[in-house]
Design a protein around this ligand. Structure first.
Ligand SMILES: Nc1ncnc2c1ncn2[C@@H]1O[C@H](COP(=O)(O)OP(=O)(O)OP(=O)(O)O)[C@@H](O)[C@H]1O
Ligand SMILES: [Mg+2]
Length: 375
């Protein structure tokens, strides 16, 4: 999968930009505040229809302009298509090959772009919600049904929480909870099953990437922590869906009184977490920032490789500010790793890194919102 042409109009500080792009690595270099991340953001929006930096559409439009536009000509699995995101303060218009797309969920999967940004460190350092988001986004990219199941789970959770409040205030009978319990159990255990399947496939890929970066073989394990029962080690045969459904049902029966008291659901995949274990120890405490950054980069590259294993093609990789805090040796390893990962866009302010990549990448200089091909 790759973008062959990217045309931007009044997107952030990129007033007018028309780029012919190829397979392989593209380096966007330049000083701070010139528009490098803005360019990655435009590609990210073309894939995800939302930004990783701002929730307000207005921020994405060039100051003083009334609209912004991102247009990408994509090639995927031998098929070419044109994707367009038109941004106004009041909303977005999304088109595929000139036809408007109504719901975001219908668009998902048209074009996959994975991002590493300095915020990706939160997968390692941040709260459980960041690790849940990592998993859920990665699985949704390869399985559209999972995205629909997540939406359904959120809907059921919301309705059930409303009901718990009403029961607490004696405004609804307790029996009404039963139907919602069962819906929560059914959707929740499917989500758990898919997460466990995904993580079991991810672990060996991560082990290989880790070995390359850290220059040592280590036993990498991903431990899933369920909010309602112990999950065995993620290798070998896993229990089937009926086991998770049974345990979830049992858990919810035990917790029901407390849930009514607290007026909220206390178990389910919306509260689960992960640990990344290196030689049996969680990565978090005691790791240096560089190590954590390398681990987060390893997670991104592993997700890209697993996507390829499942879908038969690489997603586009967006690596924002990926070189900082990496020593020279790790930067060299990174160069080697990304050379064979399809189409990659990487931003950096580091001239020596650019020098190293000259022979195997296309270099673009970004200056005051202008993007110029250097080599
Ligand atoms: N809506 C907008 N209209 C015009 N300019 C904008 C808009 N939003 C952000 N900018 C400008 O874009 C610039 C930031 O661009 P960007 O984040 O891409 O920088 P960068 O090249 O990645 O820098 P760094 O190396 O520091 O990460 C800032 O100068 C900011 O003022
Ligand atoms: Mg930047």
């Amino acid at each position: 999968m790759n973008i062959q042409r990217l045309i931007l109009r009044d997107f952030r500080n990129l007033h007018a930009c028309d780029l012919e792009l190829t397979e392989g690595v593209h380096i966007l270099c330049g000083e701070n505040g010139q528009g490098k991340t803005n360019l990655l953001e435009s590609i990210y929006i073309l894939s995800n229809l939302s930004s990783f930096r701002s929730a307000h559409l207005k921020d994405l439009i060039l100051y003083g302009a009334t609209y912004g536009r991102i247009l990408g000509r994509i090639r995927s699995g031998g098929v070419q298509k044109e994707l367009m995101v038109f941004i106004r303060e009041g909303g977005k218009i999304v088109k595929v090959n000139g036809h408007a797309v109504g719901r975001g969920v219908d668009y998902f999967g048209e074009f996959a772009a994975l991002l590493f940004s300095p915020d990706s460190l939160k997968w390692v350092q941040g709260g459980p919600e960041f690790r849940r988001r990592f998993m859920d986004t990665a699985i949704s990219r390869i399985d559209r049904n999972y995205l629909l199941q997540l939406k359904e789970y959120k809907r059921v959770l919301y309705q059930r929480n409303r009901l718990l409040r009403l029961i607490h205030e004696s405004k609804a009978p307790r029996e009404t909870l039963k139907a919602w319990n069962e819906q929560l159990v059914q959707t929740g255990s499917r989500i758990l099953e898919k997460r466990l399947d995904y993580l079991r496939d991810l672990a060996p890929v991560l082990r290989e990437v880790f070995k390359a970066f850290f220059q040592k073989a280590a036993e990498i394990r991903i431990q899933y922590h369920s909010s309602w029962f112990r999950i065995p080690k993620l290798n070998g045969a896993m229990a089937d869906l009926s086991v998770w459904t049974g345990r979830f049902r049992q858990g919810i029966e035990q917790k029901e009184d407390e849930e009514v008291r607290q007026r909220t659901g206390l178990i389910g995949p919306h509260l689960d977490d992960l640990d990344f274990l290196v030689d049996g120890r969680p990565l978090k405490p005691g790791s240096s920032r560089g190590e954590m950054r390398m681990f987060a980069i390893s997670l991104t590259l592993s997700e890209a490789k697993l996507y390829r294993n499942k879908k038969g093609r690489f997603p586009v990789l967006l690596l924002d500010d990926v070189t900082s805090e990496l020593d020279r040796k790790r930067q060299e390893i990174l160069c080697k790793q990304i050379e064979s990962l399809g189409q990659v866009f990487l931003t950096t302010t580091d001239d020596s890194f650019v020098g190293k990549m000259k022979s195997c990448a296309r270099i673009f200089q970004v200056q005051k919102g202008e993007i110029i091909l250097v080599t």
